[in-house]
Design a protein around this ligand. Structure first.
Ligand code: DO4
Ligand code: MG
Length: 294
C-alpha cells in the first residue's frame, strides 16, 4: 500500500490545497503555524494567504482525502447547559428526582461559573468518517452537536470546528455524579472536518448548527439551532477552562448543545450522524457498538 502523509491543507470549495511542503519546517500542526504567524505579526489567515498554495502545491478533491482531526487535541473539554434547550432536556432526564425547587441544571444555567467537564483524550476522539460508539449499558444515547473552540495553550481561540459530544441520557439522568460515565468511553467524541480560522468569521454568535441522523438510508431526525441562542460567551467559557489549569496547544472546548432529538429517540449501531455548521463544515460519523470496534 502507498505510504500516507499527514499534511495541512487549505480547504476552498471542493478542493484542498496542501500547504505543509511550503512551510519552513514542513509542519502539519495548525497551532505551530498559528505561532509562526504571530511571530511575524500576522494573523493566521494573512500568513496562509501569503503562501502561494494555489500555484505551488498539490491539490486534492476534498472527497478523496482520508481526514484526521484537524488538530491533535490531547484533551477535549466541554461546556454544559449553555443553551436553554439543554437545561430543559437534563431536567427531563432527572424525571422525579428533582425534589421541588431548582435542579442542578437550573442552578448552573444561571450561575456565574459555567459547567465545564473533561470530555475526551486524543485516543478516545475519532476523526471525521470514522465510527463513534454507543455504550453497552445505556438505553438512551444521543449525539450532541456542538460548536468547538480550537485553543492555543494560552487560551487564544485559533478557530472553530464541529464537535460531537456523544452522551448517555439515562446514565446522567440516574445521577449527575455519573457524568464521566455518561460522557466518556471508547470513541465517544469526534470533531472536524476542518478548523475555520477565528478571524475569518464575521459573527461567531450567528452560526447555524444542523444535526441529521440517518437510519437505513432514511433521515430519522433533523434539528437546527443557532449560536445566538447561547447563554454564555466563548471568552467566558475559555476563562473558566484556563483558570488555574494547564491546557495544551490544540485543546478543543465544545460549547454545549442546543439540539436534542425527541425524547423517545436513542442511537443504534448502523446509524449515521451528520453535524453541519455551514461556515465550518460537516462532520459525519457512523455509529457502532463499542464491542464492534477493536
Ligand atoms: O450536564 C451535562 C452535560 C451538558 C452538556 O453536555 C451540554 O449541555 O451540551
Ligand atoms: Mg454536550
Amino acid at each position: 500500500t502507498e505510504a500516507k502523509e499527514v499534511v495541512l491543507g487549505v480547504w476552498e470549495e471542493e478542493k484542498v490545497y496542501e500547504i505543509s511542503s511550503l512551510l519552513e519546517d514542513k509542519t502539519n500542526d495548525l497551532i505551530v503555524l498559528f505561532e509562526v504567524a504571530k511571530g511575524r505579526g500576522e494573523s493566521l489567515s494573512q500568513f496562509i494567504g501569503s503562501l502561494d498554495y494555489k500555484g505551488q502545491s498539490a491539490v486534492y478533491d476534498y472527497d478523496s482525502l482520508e481526514l484526521l482531526t484537524p488538530v491533535k487535541a490531547l484533551e477535549v473539554w466541554a461546556s454544559g447547559v449553555t443553551y436553554e434547550n439543554s437545561r430543559l432536556a437534563r431536567n427531563l432526564e432527572m424525571q422525579d428526582k428533582v425534589e421541588g425547587g431548582l435542579s442542578v441544571y437550573d442552578k448552573v444555567y444561571d450561575a456565574v461559573r459555567p459547567e465545564i467537564f473533561f470530555k475526551s483524550t486524543s485516543a478516545r476522539t475519532v476523526p471525521p468518517n470514522k465510527p463513534v460508539c454507543i455504550r453497552s449499558d445505556s438505553n438512551w444515547q444521543i449525539p450532541e452537536p456542538e460548536l468547538g473552540l480550537v485553543l492555543s495553550k494560552s487560551g487564544e481561540i485559533v478557530g472553530y470546528t464541529v464537535g460531537n459530544d456523544m452522551s448517555s441520557r439515562d446514565i446522567e439522568g440516574e445521577n449527575p455524579l455519573y457524568l464521566p460515565q455518561a460522557k466518556v468511553w471508547k470513541n465517544s467524541c469526534s470533531f472536524g472536518p476542518a478548523v475555520r480560522l477565528a478571524e475569518t468569521v464575521n459573527n461567531p454568535y450567528d452560526l447555524n448548527i444542523f444535526c441529521r441522523i440517518y437510519r437505513n438510508d432514511e433521515m430519522l431526525f433533523e434539528g437546527q439551532a443557532n449560536t445566538s441562542q447561547l447563554k454564555r460567551t466563548f471568552d467566558e467559557l475559555v476563562e473558566f477552562l484556563v483558570r488555574d489549569n494547564e491546557i495544551f496547544d490544540g485543546t478543543v472546548l465544545l460549547t454545549g448543545t442546543c439540539i436534542i432529538p425527541p425524547d423517545e429517540f436513542t442511537l443504534q449501531e448502523g446509524d449515521t450522524v451528520e453535524i453541519e455548521i455551514p461556515e465550518v463544515g460537516a462532520l459525519v460519523n457512523n455509529v457502532l457498538n463499542t464491542s464492534s470496534v477493536l
